[in-house]
Design a protein around this ligand. Structure first.
Ligand code: FMN
Length: 380
């Protein structure tokens, strides 16, 4: 039987489990419709809020590359360098809700079978802010949005009551999720920040308040490097920088660890994996840990702004994977989702060598350069 890429996640049907995440690729109706035409089954809009947004002067995102054959890591354009990460300090959409509302409706009318998830954000310090969450939710679902993703994860916020500052506080998570659930007629996904010590706890708080799924990771708190010649941060405005977010290949293993902590603690729940995905093998790691969909940002930004080649590769990769494993009876994501979730165990459960094979850590080290033998001093 032919491989089946379609899947159902939080009750919604997706033609494939690949979405664009909330970020520049989904910052406009034009981009979103191009993304659907390119093959993405769903998108999460750039985060929409009710507070005024003014971004910093100059570039909001830069890409860091690693040179081959040296340790050089820089945002400078270097020949033969591989992508290491994206670094950004972009805020949420600077377009007001009024700009978004008619566009959301038009997108949904033109693409009724694609999944349009509205990413929304407000504060949490008083009832007025909590009302904003409900106003955003009502406006987006009235235009036909299929789900919400609550942005409790943006790492660069000026306000204490917003973004990852909510995602770091279980009480605030419960309050905000509860407020949105009270008016939502569609599934509510919660995008958590990876910048905490126990993300499984925060996921638990979101589920307790009624969340239908967790998305993770948003970017990891980080700084650009300091240029060794100019002695200035590689991104700065008048010499000043602020904490921003790291995305792209560098965060893939970090984000997988965060995801595993959550899927192990809440194995019956729904998760959307994000962080460092550029090809199917990356998405597969998230699926094998128990994710039912995945989302992509950095790789898509670097591929014609919405990732036409990335989505082509993801679809081809999943089709080939299912064909390769057809003999096991695998026809769809359901057949292999979560298969490796339980392989992560406490360190003490990892087998040690038998005493006779153990050389106290002095066996030939794998992957290290062999130790240089110091030259003998000349005897005169
Ligand atoms: C320039 C830029 C802007 C972003 N804006 C948002 C946003 O508005 N809302 C949000 O939830 N995540 C935002 N993100 C985070 C991404 O959606 C994604 O979670 C993160 O980049 C990790 O995925 P990646 O490794 O594929 O880039 C942004 C990321 C970048 C690079």
């Amino acid at each position: 039987m032919a491989p089946q890429l379609s899947t159902v996640f939080t009750g919604l049907r997706f033609a494939n489990p690949f979405l664009l995440s909330s970020a520049p690729p989904t910052e406009s109706d034009i981009n979103i419709m191009r993304a659907f035409d390119a093959g993405w089954s769903g998108v999460v809009t750039k985060t929409i809020g009710l507070h005024p947004v003014v971004n910093v002067k100059g570039p909001k995102t830069k890409f860091m590359r690693a040179a081959s054959g040296s340790y050089r890591l820089s945002m400078d354009k270097q020949p033969d360098a591989a992508l290491h990460s994206s670094w950004n300090w972009e805020l949420i959409s600077d377009k007001p809700l009024d700009w978004w509302v008619p566009r959301l409706g038009r997108i949904k009318k033109a693409y009724p079978d694609h999944v349009l998830v509205a990413s929304i954000m407000a504060g949490s310090e008083d009832d007025r802010e909590l009302d904003h969450w409900q106003a955003l939710a009502r406006a987006c679902q009235d235009e036909g949005c299929d789900a919400f993703e609550l942005n409790l994860s943006c790492p660069h916020m000026d306000r204490d009551d917003m973004g990852s500052n909510i995602g770091k506080n279980c009480e605030l998570i419960e309050t905000v999720v509860g407020v949105v659930k009270a008016v939502a007629r569609v599934p509510v996904w919660v995008k958590l920040t990876p910048n905490t010590t126990d993300i499984a706890r925060e996921a638990g708080a979101a589920f307790k308040a009624g969340a239908d799924a967790i998305s993770s990771s948003n970017t990891f708190t980080s700084l650009p490097l300091i240029d060794p010649n100019a002695l200035e941060f590689e991104v700065n405005v008048d010499g000043l920088v602020s904490y921003g977010g790291l995305g792209g290949p560098a965060i893939l293993p970090l984000s997988l660890a965060k995801m595993a902590q959550m899927t192990q603690a809440h194995p019956a729940r729904s998760f959307s994996g994000i962080g460092g995905i550029g090809e199917f093998s990356h998405a597969l790691s998230y699926f094998l840990l128990g994710c039912g969909t995945v989302q992509v940002c950095t790789a898509a930004m670097l591929d014609h702004a919405i990732g036409p080649n990335v989505i082509k590769g993801l679809i081809a990769g999943m089709t080939a994977f299912l064909e390769r494993h057809a003999d096991k009876g695998w026809r769809s994501l359901d057949d292999f989702c979560g298969l490796r979730r339980d392989r992560i165990v406490e360190h003490s459960r990892i087998k040690r060598p038998d005493a006779k094979d153990y050389h106290g850590g002095h066996e030939a080290p794998e992957g290290y350069a062999s130790p240089q033998v110091a030259a003998k001093p000349e005897v005169v």
